[in-house]
Each structure stands twice: as C-alpha cells, then as structure tokens.
Design a protein around this ligand. Structure first.
Ligand code: PMP
Length: 314
C-alpha cells in the first residue's frame, strides 16, 4: 500500500516476495523514517491458523507513526492486510507445535526528500517467514549481560516506538555480547544508570518472593504486547509495574524476558561489571515456566481463549 503525506492509505494488493525499488534519497534511507511490527501465526491441530492480538500491533504502529511524522494504515487496514498475507502464505506455516510464521509489517518513508523533512510518500508492506525458536537455547534459560556505557534510548527520544533506528543503536553492544557467548544485552536508563529498561528485542520481568515486577513504560521502553499480556495473566499473582533497580535484579529469585519472538524466556544468568549472578542454578524458574505454558497454550489454541486475544483464520 502507498500513500502521500497528509493522506490515508488505500487498500493494497498481494505481490510475490522480491526486491523493491527506492530512490537513493528516500526518507527511510536518509532520515530513518521507518517503523516495523512483529507478529506470529500458529497452526492449530485442526489446521486452522491463529493470530495473537494483531490489533495491538496495529495500534502500536499508529502511535509510532505519529512520533515519526508518518501516516499509517488504519487498524482495520493493518489487520486485514495481515490476514490476507497469512492466508496467501498458508503453506509456509509449520505444522502444529513445530514453529510459527513470523509476520513483519513495515512502514517507511519511501518518497524522495533531500533537505531534512518528512518524506512526501509512504509505503506499507508485509512479508513473512517460517521461524523456529529465537534464541538458540529454545525455552532453555538465556544469559544476559548488562550494558553500562551504550544506551538504546534516551528520555524524549524514540525508544518507546518500534522505529528502525532503535535497532541500529543496539547492534554494537549486542554483537559484542554475542561474541562473548551471551544471548543478549540488558540496558539501563541513561540518566541514573541503575534502573532496568529492556533487552535489545524483549522486555524484562523480575520475581522476588511472591511479587512479579517489570519496569514501567516511560517513553524509553517499548510497550511489548507480550509484556501487556503477561501483566494481564500475572495481575492476580501480586504484580507491580514500577522502577526496578539493578540491585533488585541481582537479588531476584527469578528473571524472565517477554516478546513475540522470545515468548517467555527464563534468564539463567546476568553478568554485571564482570560479576555473574545465576538464577535457579541456571535452570528454568517456576514462574517463567508457568507463564510460558499459559501464554503458548493460548497462542497455539491448546486451551479456550477466554481473553478473546486470538484471531482464527481457516
Ligand atoms: N522491546 C523491544 C525493543 C522489542 O523489539 C520487542 C519486540 N517487538 C519487545 C520489547 C517485545 O514486544 P512484543 O511483545 O510486542 O513482541
């Protein structure tokens, strides 16, 4: 789908996957006007397909578009385009329990612009790919390192929206962490350098005693849809959304990450300033295990969806 600045998108069409043509002075290439989303489609045992809260991704893209001076598809256009793309790619969805189809909606300033300004034209497209587990460890614990010097977001910046530049900002620390054998990087706030923010591509939760806490959203953390869903599931279990310090993290009983790609991943260890803290002796904690199974059973259609979160396609 395409549209000009100040106008709405008209409905798009299905095309074969392939390269797209862009002007060298496209807004997205020069001034980073790009936003994306990530969703998954799971195949059920009966062959039908389930999407998880796609309207939440549509709403997040609309909020992001507002921050990035871009027009965006309506919620209905977004969800209809996701459904049409998934149905057209049905044969790529792995069998039940064997993975999922990752769906990547992308909105960009595709029009040419030389001086710094919003692009005159925008393109919205969706592509898909079958995927297995995000971390090579699967649902086994992941190992994080806290980054002290580099930050992915600053107050007043764009950290709270899913814009492409946020991911460019994490590549350096993330590549270094992976080279050293860590799964990913955990970022701290850039003002006090003591409050937890999030991981390069997922949100973080800390469990102490009977209380589950996660950093509150203040513009520097992406409001994850998995995070929101886990909060709804965990609300009855003593839940807090607030500032969480590194000291609390290091003293936690259990830590886990949430995201579309990682689902609920237990954290086996955190390394901070050269010291490594193990959780559950490096194994999977009970809370992560329970929330993982509640969420995945809902997403895969193994239990009745009383939350009304899934959208079924056949
Ligand atoms: N934080 C960041 C920076 C992310 O890229 C993602 C993945 N979209 C998340 C958190 C988790 O968000 P969600 O649960 O919507 O996938």
């Amino acid at each position: 789908m395409k549209c000009s600045q100040g106008e709405g998108f008209s409905n798009g069409e299905l095309q074969r996957f392939g390269n797209i043509e862009l002007s060298p002075s496209a807004g997205v290439l020069n001034y980073g006007q790009g936003l994306f989303e990530g969703l998954k489609a799971y195949r059920k045992e009966d062959g039908n397909i389930l999407l998880f809260r796609p309207e939440e991704n549509a709403l997040r893209m609309r909020l992001g578009a507002e921050r990035m001076c871009m027009p965006s598809p309506t919620v209905e256009q977004f969800v209809d385009a996701v459904k049409a793309t998934v149905l057209a790619n049905k044969r790529w969805i792995p069998p039940a329990g064997k993975g999922s189809l990752y769906i990547r909606p992308l909105l960009m300033g595709s029009g040419a612009v030389l001086g710094l300004a919003p692009a005159p034209e925008y393109t919205f497209l969706i592509y898909v790919s079958p995927v297995g587990n995000y971390f090579k460890e699967g649902v086994a614990p992941i190992h994080l390192i806290i980054e002290h010097d580099l930050h992915r977001a600053t107050p007043g910046g764009t950290g709270g929206v899913k814009t492409i530049g946020n991911y460019a900002a994490v590549l350096k620390a993330q590549s270094a962490a992976k080279e050293q054998g860590y799964s990913d990087v955990l970022y701290l706030d850039c003002v006090h350098k003591k409050y937890l923010e999030e991981v390069s591509s997922c949100n973080i939760f800390v469990v102490k005693g009977k209380v589950i806490s996660t950093p509150e959203i203040k513009g520097t953390i992406l409001p994850g849809i998995t995070r929101k869903s886990i909060i709804d599931v965990a609300r009855s279990q003593g839940f807090q959304e607030r500032l969480v310090t590194v000291d609390e993290l290091l003293d936690a009983d259990e830590v886990f990450c949430t995201g579309t790609a990682v689902v609920v991943s237990p954290v086996g260890s955190i390394t901070y300033r050269g010291e490594r803290v193990l959780y559950n002796k490096g194994g999977v904690g009970a809370v992560s295990q329970q929330l993982y199974s509640v969420l995945t059973r809902l997403q895969m259609g193994l239990v009745k969806d009383n939350m009304n979160w899934t959208v079924e396609l056949s």
